[in-house]
Design a protein. Structure first.
Length: 154
């Protein structure tokens, strides 16, 4: 049960970071009004680094564990970069469909399906990253993190 709470909390934080990054890049949300629309990826990375650092402090991770987890996060960001180009391509296609004289509803629905596939791929990647990080930590450290996550949501 505690592991599920931890996973849900970390997943929620990851989704929030991704949402803010996407919104900022798209020119909407809290970062856009300040002219930070093109800093979405940097903001996401900063946010994730902050969350991971806090979690590792709570877990009292060793320097060796921190090094392994930093490498996992670095690889995750590198792997995740491909979703940006896919998203931009879908965005362009959506604009093309919606600006046509007649909106092709079947093509729009197909586009929605492709967008969901990309989201599922990203979600699977996030779960793999969380499991990889969990493998680096001891059961006691994961339990400590779960207790911290539970306390944050009470």
């Amino acid at each position: 049960m505690k592991t599920r709470i931890l996973a849900a909390s970390v997943l929620g934080l990851g989704v929030a970071a991704a949402g803010f990054a996407w919104a900022g890049h798209q020119g909407v949300g809290p970062l856009a009004s300040m002219g930070h629309g093109h800093f979405g990826a940097r903001f996401a990375r900063l946010h994730v680094d902050m969350v991971v650092d806090r979690a590792l402090r709570v877990a009292e991770a060793t320097p060796e564990q921190r090094q392994k987890i930093d490498a996992i996060v670095e690889k995750a960001f590198a792997d995740h970069a491909r979703y940006g180009s896919q998203h931009r391509a879908l965005h362009g296609e959506a604009l093309e469909i919606l600006s046509a004289d007649v909106v092709d509803r079947s093509r729009l629905e197909e586009l929605r399906g492709r967008h969901l596939q990309i989201a599922q791929q990203g979600s699977r990647q996030l779960v793999t990253v969380l499991a990889d990080i969990a493998d680096v930590l001891t059961p006691a450290q994961r339990q400590k993190l779960a207790a911290h996550a539970k306390a944050m949501h009470e």
